[in-house]
Ligand binder design. Structure first.
Ligand SMILES: [Zn+2]
Length: 358
């Protein structure tokens, strides 16, 4: 499940909230932290909270021990930051608390004295706003304030252009502190997404001329922007993000395929056209697998951050509903995971041959 608020929001508008409990509608409208990233340089640490909308915030510092409190007013956090593991020269620990008035309180415990500030970065191009909490080690000079050069991932450019493998990057959704959806029986989205992604990678890597990479190989938190960066660093020919759905109506079932929405554009960009093609080959592969079923028979479009890979054809597959008791049981089954993996692999390969990659 990813950014389900789009669906909830649309439903709340279309039915006037009548069919949804007030709390759900409210949750859908409330500002939410969607991603947390660390940017660490020797003298400065930035913690970047991606948000779905602008928020109000306050910052105050306290000593003994040195700590900084950032309050984000009326803001939700889907993951538990208290479990976030990191190693940083300035920040020792982060803990969060939801206050009774809905404020998200984040306390940063510092290893040493540091100046702090928090500011909202508003994206003028219509992207999502970010709240940046910045710590600068006291006594550090201004040169340390330069933006760190973007870390380049391992390049695979050394491959011979004529013999280049078709590179497929698989993105198991969620991970680490972010479990994603959790079924009534305790099955976590992050675990099934990883299990299926590993199976797809195995199938793909067993095919000559193809190479698969994962955005995470184990149970760890990876930010959405980082996932796109990983895909680009591998020079991916296509990118498939794997998720499991959840909905408040327990009978909802089946798989769905999402592409990035380009609302407001008169015609799709070439990259988006290729994403739609990839979405269609995946939809057909799922529809043609007897043990699998589709929730939506056609591609859905949404503004998922993980699909903003620019030039790389990218789709997000919701494999089944964890909120559906039967599908939760299926998602845990090895045979069902194998069917899903086969369908995803087939869809990816069909896309490769249709577009002349293979
Ligand atoms: Zn998800």
């Amino acid at each position: 499940m990813l950014e389900r608020r789009f669906v909830l929001k649309a439903m709340a508008l279309s039915v006037g909230g009548l069919l949804l409990p007030a709390s759900l509608v409210h949750a859908a409208m409330k500002p939410r932290i969607t991603d947390v990233r660390f940017l660490t340089t020797p003298n400065r640490t930035r913690i970047i909270f991606s948000l779905n909308q602008e928020i109000k915030h306050t910052l105050s510092s306290m000593s003994n021990p040195d700590r900084v409190v950032v309050d984000m007013l009326d803001t939700d956090l889907s993951s538990d930051l208290n479990l976030l593991t990191f190693s940083d020269p300035i920040v020792r620990k982060i803990r969060t608390d939801e206050l009774s008035n809905g404020t998200m309180r984040t306390v940063f415990e510092l290893k040493d004295e540091a100046t702090s500030r928090a500011f909202l970065l508003k994206d003028k191009s219509g992207g999502k706003p970010r709240l940046v909490v910045e710590f600068t080690a006291t006594g550090s000079n201004d040169s340390a304030r330069d933006e760190p050069a973007a870390k380049k991932g391992k390049s695979v450019a050394s491959r011979d252009a004529n013999k280049r493998d078709i590179v497929i990057v698989l993105d198991p959704g969620h991970g680490g502190i972010d479990p994603g959806a959790i079924g009534a029986g305790g099955v976590k989205e992050k675990d099934v997404a990883l299990a299926v992604a590993k199976r797809v990678a195995k199938e793909i890597n067993a095919t000559p001329g193809y190479k698969a990479f994962l955005t995470r190989n184990d149970d760890r938190f990876v930010g959405l922007t980082r996932r796109c960066t990983i895909a680009r660093s591998h020079q991916a020919d296509l990118f498939i993000s794997l998720h499991a759905d959840a909905f408040h109506i327990p009978s909802a079932r089946g798989a769905s395929v999402y592409c990035l929405s380009e609302r407001g554009r008169p015609t799709p960009t070439p990259a988006n056209r290729r994403s739609l093609m990839l979405g269609n080959t995946l939809l057909s592969a799922i529809a043609n697998t007897p043990s699998l079923s589709l929730h939506f028979k056609s591609i859905k479009q949404a503004r998922f951050a993980v699909l903003k890979t620019n030039e790389i054809p990218s789709v997000l597959v919701e494999m089944a509903f964890l909120s559906n008791r039967q599908e939760e049981l299926l998602l845990r089954k090895s045979s069902h995971q194998a069917s899903l993996a086969k369908a995803v692999t087939l869809g990816a390969k069909n896309f490769a041959s249709q577009t002349g990659l293979a």
